[in-house]
Design a binder for this molecule. Structure first.
Ligand SMILES: *Cc1c(COP(=O)(O)O)cnc(C)c1O
Length: 324
């Protein structure tokens, strides 16, 4: 087996320097109501207020900033129907390079529109009859484009880690850090920052109960693949962790917790009502994990990363009013 070279905290620092002046330094909010409910001191890092509405701008911009002149000329290719697509499209526009995003033809119109709105060329495929990987490989080869995956890439991981770095820089050491988990880019990057800036901080990933591949992977000591999970947390419908993200997570993360969809809605409602924040279902994983993940947080300083806020408004209204 070949040894993987895992990125380090020094790479997170380098990413932070590249992102300066491009990514927002998002606010850290407090809530007395949340503190009282959990008898803890909570620090909410608001990546729902990041550019394009999620932390994914950090990893995408960092990765694209490192392209050579030749790579920039040919541009970037990504396949995604979610926040990664918009993050790549916006970063490419900002860096003046072409971008192709491969998306299923039946992706929500709002997402196709948003991605085109950032100037990317969207190429659609039929998700039932066509092979996304083959299409992407063909386009990448024909146009000489560089493929950037959504989580299993060193520059993506270290870019995502800059959010937690900013949190620790602002509030100092924490006892616990809770991070939303899909393929593990955000969790792995956050863990690198925590180990360097707050070595005693316990770091937890929170994923949907229906898609607990991360938890299974930690237990088994190898990456476990699952069928596409049914959950409202569409940003966490990943079927497996990456090799790099798992390498960091197994070394630096304490455990992975799970929550169900009703608990996500409860946290989304709390954010709307009490903190005036629009948070997408996946972005609510971390707070739901604080309430329902089985941790005892009494008296502790707890970081909660809110990963994103992109949700169709009719869907949002329906979830808040009627639940799941
Ligand atoms: C992508 C995404 C996640 C999961 O991130 P990973 O790096 O894949 O673990 C969580 N929340 C939101 C809002 C996302 O867009």
């Amino acid at each position: 087996m070949t040894e993987l070279t895992l990125p380090t905290y020094a790479d997170v620092e380098a990413a932070a320097a590249r992102l300066a002046g491009h990514a927002h330094r998002t606010p850290v909010l407090r809530s007395r109501t949340a503190d009282a409910a959990l008898q803890a001191s909570l620090y909410f890092k608001c990546e729902n207020l990041q550019r394009m509405g999620a932390f994914k701008f950090r990893g995408a911009f960092n990765a694209l900033s490192r392209f050579s002149a030749d790579q920039r000329r040919a541009g970037v290719l990504a396949f995604s129907s979610g926040n990664h697509a918009q993050a790549i499209a916006l970063s490419a526009r900002e860096l003046g390079m072409p971008a192709v995003i491969v998306m299923p033809a039946d992706a929500p119109a709002a997402k196709l529109q948003a991605t085109r709105g950032y100037g990317a060329e969207v190429i659609t495929y039929d998700r039932y009859s066509e092979d996304r990987d083959a299409i992407s490989r063909r386009i990448a080869a024909e146009r000489g484009m560089t493929l950037i995956p959504p989580f299993d890439h060193a520059d993506v991981i270290t870019g995502q880690g800059t959010a937690a770095k900013e949190l620790f820089d602002e509030v100092g050491p924490l006892d616990v850090l809770l991070v939303c988990l899909g393929g593990g880019g955000l969790l792995a990057g956050s863990a690198l920052a925590a180990r360097a800036l707050s070595p005693d901080c316990r770091v937890y990933g929170v994923e949907p109960e229906a898609g607990n591949d991360g938890q299974q992977s930690l237990r088994r000591g190898e990456v476990v693949h699952i069928a596409p999970p049914r959950t409202i947390a569409d940003g966490a419908q990943t079927q497996h962790l990456g090799q790099l993200t798992f390498g960091i997570i197994r070394r630096d993360v304490n455990d992975i917790l799970t929550v169900n969809d009703a608990q996500l809605v409860e946290s989304m409602r709390f954010y709307a009502e009490r903190m005036k924040l629009v948070v997408e279902p996946t972005g609510a994983l971390s707070l739901a994990g604080a309430h329902h993940g089985g941790l005892s947080l009494k008296g502790l300083r707890v970081g909660v990363i809110i990963s994103g806020g992109n949700v169709d408004l009719p869907r949002y209204a329906q979830l808040l009013s009627q639940g799941v």
